[in-house]
Design a protein around this ligand. Structure first.
Ligand code: KG4
Ligand code: ZN
Length: 340
C-alpha cells in the first residue's frame, strides 16, 4: 500500500486548538496548531469564544498546513475531521468546513473520534518511535478525559476504566487555580514539581473501585488543605509553592500508576501507551519508564507535539480508515459525546 501516494488532510477543532495536518502514507508533512490564548484570562475554555476563534482560524490554518506540506489541495486524497467528543460549537466549525472542502474537491470525507486519535497517534511514522503491538493498553489523559482503553486492533478498542467526574487535566488545572497559577496550570505545576519535595504534604488518594478514576474529591482536598494552611500563615502558598506542586503531582501520578498496575494485572497486557495533554508531564513520563524496570511494562510515550491536541493524530486515523475505505456521508453530524 505504501507504494501508493495518499495525502490525507486532518482537521481538529474539538476544544480550544484549531489544527490542520497533512499526512503522506502515514508520515507527517505538516502539523499546524493555532492555540487560543483568549481563554487564559477566564481560567478555562469559554465555549462561545472557542467556536468564534475556530471560525477565524480555520481557513488560514488549513491553508498553511497544505502549503507547508508542499502540495496543492487538488493532490489531497481525503479530508479527515474530528466528529467528537468535544464542545459542540467548536466541533461544528471543523465538521462544516471539512464537509464543504471534501464536497468542493469531490474527495472522500472521513469522520474521526478524537479519543481514537490520541491513541492511534502512536501509529504515525516517526523515526526513533516504536509502535505498540496489539493488544496494548492506552491511557488517555487530558483536560477532558481520563480513560484506560484496551486496544486489540486499530478500530477494536474498549474503554475498561474512566473517570466518574473530573479529568486528570482538570485536577492539575483546578489545583493550579486554587494556588493562583494561570490556566492551564498543568505545565507550571510540572515545572515547579521538579524543584520541590513530593513528600512535603500528603493528600489522600480517592478510593474508586476497579479501573475507574475520580478526581473531584482530590481537588476539594487540595482546596481545604490550602484554606486551612493559609488561615494559619497567609504566606503559606508563596513560601511552599514548589513543594505543594510536587506533592500534588506525586499524588496524581500515584493514582494513575495504581490503576495501570491493576489494569495490567486484570488483562495480562503489559504494553502501555499514553496520550493526551497530560502525557506531556515529565513526572508521569518518568514514572512510566520506571514501571518498565519495576513492573515489567513496555511503555510507549508519544513525541511531545502529538500529546496535546493536534491534527496529525486525526490525519493518521483518517489514513488508516482510508485504507479500509471507511468513509462518511455528507449528512454526518458532529457528536459532542461520541464514544470510542
Ligand atoms: O489534550 P489536551 O491538549 O486538551 C484536551 O483535550 O483537554 O490537554 C490539555 C490538558 C490541560 O489540562 C493541561 O493542564 C494539561 O493537559 N497539561 C499538563 C501538562 N501539559 C499539558 N498537565 C500536566 N503536566 C504537563 N506538563
Ligand atoms: Zn485531546
Amino acid at each position: 500500500m505504501s507504494s501508493q501516494n495518499f495525502y490525507i488532510l486532518g482537521i481538529e477543532s474539538s476544544c480550544d486548538d484549531t489544527a490542520a495536518s497533512v499526512i503522506h502514507n502515514g508520515r507527517i508533512l505538516s502539523n499546524v496548531v493555532a492555540s487560543q490564548k483568549i481563554h487564559e484570562e477566564f481560567g478555562g475554555v469559554v465555549p462561545e469564544l472557542a467556536s468564534r476563534a475556530h471560525q477565524q482560524n480555520i481557513v488560514p490554518v488549513v491553508h498553511q498546513a497544505i502549503e507547508k506540506a508542499g502540495i496543492s489541495k487538488e493532490k489531497l486524497s481525503a479530508i479527515a475531521f474530528t466528529r467528537g467528543p468535544g464542545l459542540m460549537g467548536s466541533l461544528l466549525v471543523g465538521t462544516s468546513f471539512a464537509k464543504s472542502l471534501a464536497y468542493g474537491l469531490n474527495i472522500p470525507l472521513i469522520d474521526v473520534n478524537h479519543m481514537q486519535g490520541h491513541i492511534l497517534a502512536h501509529f504515525i511514522e516517526e523515526d526513533g518511535f516504536e509502535k505498540p503491538p496489539f493488544p496494548f493498553l492506552a491511557m488517555t489523559i487530558s483536560g477532558g478525559h481520563t480513560q484506560i482503553v484496551r486496544v486489540d486492533n486499530y478500530f477494536e478498542m474498549n474503554v475498561i476504566g474512566e473517570t466518574i467526574d473530573d479529568a486528570v487535566g482538570e485536577a492539575f488545572d483546578k489545583s493550579g487555580k486554587i494556588l493562583g497559577l494561570g490556566y492551564p496550570a498543568g505545565p507550571e505545576i510540572d515545572r515547579r514539581a521538579t524543584l520541590g519535595n513530593p513528600k512535603a504534604f500528603k493528600f489522600t488518594k480517592p478510593k474508586v473501585d476497579g479501573l475507574n478514576f475520580s478526581f473531584s474529591g482530590f481537588k476539594t482536598a487540595v482546596l481545604y488543605f490550602i484554606q486551612r494552611e493559609v488561615k494559619a500563615n497567609p504566606n503559606f502558598i508563596v513560601e511552599n509553592l514548589n513543594d505543594i506542586c510536587a506533592s500534588i503531582q506525586y499524588t496524581i501520578i500515584g493514582i494513575l500508576i495504581d490503576k495501570l498496575k491493576l489494569a495490567t494485572k486484570q488483562t495480562g497486557i503489559s504494553h502501555i501507551a499514553i496520550g493526551g495533554g497530560v502525557s506531556a508531564n515529565s513526572g508521569i513520563r518518568k514514572a512510566l519508564k520506571d514501571g518498565e524496570q519495576k513492573f515489567g511494562w513496555t511503555t510507549y510515550i508519544p513525541k511531545f507535539e502529538f500529546t496535546t491536541d493536534n491534527a496529525a493524530m486525526i490525519a493518521i486515523v483518517g489514513y488508516l480508515k482510508y485504507l479500509e475505505g471507511d468513509f462518511a456521508e455528507q449528512d454526518i453530524v458532529a457528536s459532542a459525546r461520541l464514544k470510542i
